[in-house]
Design a protein around this ligand. Structure first.
Ligand code: AMP
Length: 567
């Protein structure tokens, strides 16, 4: 069986297609959402998900979140004595999901379809596949998040011939896609986005407004340092953001030396402060409509996906652009994983999904750096030349012919870029390919072929036309992509990680049972259970297997007793 995984910036989910419907699988704590957070404790043991999230405020220096957008870069996250790349942190999340699903389903899981923001670059996609590999999963397919949401929406609504727009604003990325569904075919018409824009940026806007307010209104002593309050300020801003999704006004507070600094903020203030971000959201919407060749009035449904699309100022902006209220009736938390699980079912050739065909597009242009001396007044300028234009249906393979820029050139370096801009610096550099040209070739033309597969991974091949010699297709020089040796090393070091006992399913199950019972009980029994939970967590933190086993058995006994009494 192939599972579907939504590896989110903020939360991750795992689901399966079980021949008639999607089943989202609860984690060992019984919850569908597993926070994409990793932490280490003082003894160097790893915590993942909820227990890690709980340490965010108490041990921020030993906890990390929001690493998804740094996948495929050389950024290292230092956690105590460990340091991790973003794909390794993602691997820890994937491993947690895999183990939870295995416990739930009762059999091992080895294959997965994973969703990625449509706007993820080649390096970020490769990093996602690698994260799967590090977690012991064969990643059968990567699927674009808005496409996944589009599949789930399209199938659940049982629509006929409809154009719909998926507006997906997550924690760290923004994707917008237009899809058309007709007689079982779900076609992605166009996809655009911004992979450096998400809910986190809106939280930062609120945080900055609060900081500015404090600076302007309080005459604080020298000993007061705002930097010491970064986490507290961020927490208040995040809370305010949630409040502003349902209320028109909110208050952020910070206490220092028993002085309470309170900042009142309305949705109007928020809208004003976030105008630049809202403008950044409008641009891809205009572009996607343009690329799909549709006007706003031809879009029959607008589906908002991703936690950050719940913000009132975002909904207002989208409503204004389309002149109508937005549709939000799919559970925005699970819609992506539902589509991913359907894609996994399709991949496994499930009979019930026999009649569905899905087509996707490449959301950005891919091309090479070329000299062009034909532009008047701009002799010899190096610029971007697209080979695959954005929103081409995938898989696709396109080739173009190029010539060396100088007469006796013996080497040609093909520099590969992703983006839409004429200037190279404004596009993303993906890697390069060097070709040796034999001397005295009569015809020096070189064919450069780009093949972009359904996973959004790019292969580049060059052929010297005269000799038919082909150059290797590996994209080199991208700092974000690890070599096979480096991968083997990372795999070995991840295997050695000590996983915190609190992470073990048997302990998680006891804890979650205890927490559920705690909610049901009252009075002395509740207090007693509270003490027991505290003691058990302390014992888990001791990391002594013997002590833990004994404590767990004791807690289980008490839980059984209390449960029987309650029933
Ligand atoms: P996702 O990656 O789709 O889970 O989206 C997570 C982002 O959505 C984070 O930046 C959250 O702060 C934000 N978010 C989730 N729920 C809400 C809400 N009710 N109001 C505003 N933002 C939210």
């Amino acid at each position: 069986m192939i599972v579907g995984i939504d590896l989110g910036t903020t939360n991750s989910l795992i689901a399966v297609w079980d021949s008639t419907e999607v089943k989202v699988i609860p984690n060992a704590l019984g919850r569908l959402l597993t926070p994409s957070v990793v932490s280490v404790d003082d003894k160097g043991a790893i915590l993942v998900g909820e227990p890690a999230l709980n340490r965010m405020v108490t041990h921020p220096e030993l906890t990390v979140a929001n690493f998804k957008r740094l996948m495929g870069t050389d950024t290292l996250f230092k956690l105590g004595s460990h340091s991790f790349r973003a794909e390794e942190l993602s691997a820890l999340i994937l491993k947690r999901l895999k183990e939870d699903a295995e416990n739930f389903l009762g059999f091992p899981i080895t294959e997965a379809v994973i969703s990625v923001p449509a706007y993820f670059s080649d390096a970020q996609r490769k990093a996602t596949k690698l994260a799967g590999k590090l977690a012991g999963l064969k990643v059968e397919r990567l699927i674009n998040e808005p496409t996944a949401a589009g599949i789930a929406h399209g199938l659940q609504e049982k629509m006929d011939e409809t154009n719909y727009l998926i507006f997906d604003l997550g924690g760290g990325t923004f994707d917008v896609s237009i899809l058309t569904i007709f007689s079982g075919i779900i076609e992605v018409r166009a996809s655009c986005g911004d992979n450096l824009l998400g809910g986190v940026d809106f939280t930062n806007i609120l945080k900055n407004s609060f900081v500015n307010y404090i600076k302007a209104n309080y005459n604080l002593e020298q000993s007061f340092s705002l930097s010491a309050f970064q986490n507290k300020l961020y927490e208040q801003a995040e809370l305010a953001k949630y409040n502003l999704s349902i209320h028109s006004e909110t208050v952020m507070k910070l206490t220092w030396n028993s002085e309470v600094m309170a900042f009142h903020c309305s949705n109007q203030d928020f809208e004003k402060a976030a105008e630049a971000l809202l403008q950044r959201l409008r641009e891809p919407i205009k572009k996607v409509l343009n690329d799909a060749g549709l006007s706003p009035s031809q879009i029959e449904q607008i589906v908002l996906v991703g936690g950050a699309s719940r913000m009132a100022i975002v909904k207002k902006m989208v409503s204004r652009m389309f002149g109508r209220l937005c549709l939000l009736h799919l559970d925005p938390d699970t819609v992506i994983v539902q589509g991913v699980a359907i894609q996994a079912g399709l991949k496994a050739r499930d009979k019930a999904l026999d009649e569905i065909v899905i087509t996707d597009v490449c959301p950005f242009s891919l091309g090479v750096a070329v000299y062009n001396d034909t532009i008047p007044g701009q002799a010899g300028i190096l610029h971007f030349d697209p080979i695959i234009e954005r929103n081409t249906v995938i898989p696709t393979s396109r080739a173009r012919i190029y010539y060396p820029s100088q007469e006796n050139q013996e080497k040609v370096e093909i520099k590969i870029y992703q983006g839409e801009n004429f200037s190279l610096e404004k596009n993303i550099f993906l890697g390069s390919l060097t070709i040796n040209l034999p001397k005295n070739l009569p015809d020096k033309s070189i064919e450069v072929r780009f093949t972009y597969d359904i996973n959004g991974l790019l292969e580049v091949e060059s052929t010297i036309i005269a000799t038919q010699a082909k150059a290797r297709t590996v994209i080199e020089g991208n700092p974000g992509i690890l070599s096979e040796n480096q991968i083997a090393e990372r795999l070995a070091s991840l295997k050695q990680l000590k996983i915190h006992p609190r992470e073990k399913t048997e302990n998680l199950l006891v804890l979650s049972h205890a927490e559920r019972l705690y909610e049901d009980l009252t009075g002395d029994k509740r207090n007693y259970l509270g003490m027991l939970i505290k003691d058990f967590i302390k014992t888990l933190d001791s990391q002594d297997p013997q002590l833990i086993l004994r404590a767990r058995m004791q807690v289980e006994k008490v839980l059984d007793h209390l449960q029987t009494e309650l029933n």
